[in-house]
Design a protein around this ligand. Sequence first.
Ligand code: UD1
Length: 335
Amino acid sequence: MKKCVLVSGGAGFIGSHVTVELIESGYDVIVADNLSNSDLTCFEGVKKITGKEDIPFYKMDFCDEKATDDLFATNKIDAVIHFAGFKAVGESVAEPLKYYRNNLESFINVIESARRHGCRNILFSSSATVYGEPEKLPVTEESPRQSATSPYGNTKQMCEDILRDSVSAYSEIRGIALRYFNPVGAHPSALIGELPRGVPNNLVPFITQTAIGIRECLSVFGNDYPTPDGSCQRDFIDIVDLAKAHVCAVRRMIEDKMKKEYEIFNIGTGTPLSVMELITGFEKANNLKLNYKFAPRRPGDVVAIWADPTLAEKELGWKAERPIEETLASAWAWE
Ligand code: UD1
């Protein structure tokens, strides 16, 4: 019997790539999304890539307790991956209650219904943002979490805690939190990718929109940081590699291989790249010139962060593989 995975927020950037990898690894997938920050473009792309026309899709909001419970009641779900949530850092500062209500309530409903209907395995999409400005680099899963610099970051920490406390109280469920570094790129088919609404906040969508002429000029936020070239350093992780980590984590849960009821893994490459290195890499990979200028530092940015991905390799058998040139070419092909 094929195992069934529910992907909440499955029409979005990460969710759509994860859906593809799950289907290609032999899982049945149910996609649910309220389309508040996405449309059906990527879902249609997922069907084309996988050749599977009958992927169940529910347009629903996980803040709706009854709809969430009905979904779990009417489907036999072996694992749920929870992506559904708001993710704009700046907006979360302006509208914190919107973020707390949406991101916490939806996850609580998912856990509650999973528990009630015998879905043991819960995977939460967390973020390296929980580490704040790290004292030591690279960060391991043991590195201390720092107080979040935004309500968005706070919801990631709080959801981790909600999952940790729930699995410790309710023996019928278990959980994994994956802490992503900076997911970038697109599927090699160029049928799915990142679709930011309005002006992109994140670096790579801003780069591709500048290259294609939607934006006039890219601002590099800060060139006076205490880093080798003065710009911030990040761990840019390819979206397909990142998606594959979810398959490994789901398999670990479903096959009863977890060592504790709650586990955390960093999902990154382990290699830092500066904003300037990324820009140069993009220009080289795609043989073009980007219009950019230096601008003041962006409030709330951490100077440098990258992962120690050793634990994910040891326990999940996963590591990043796609070369950054390919990742940056895929981002451009998608744009
Ligand atoms: C941000 C969020 C992170 C979230 C991630 C989602 C924080 C502090 N950061 O990460 O939680 O999970 O997005 O992808 O909560 N940059 C420019 N010009 C631009 C845009 C970005 O120079 O136009 C720089 C930024 O200053 C930063 C780097 O590029 O140094 C990466 O920025 P971004 O893509 O927004 O990711 P993060 O801020 O690292």
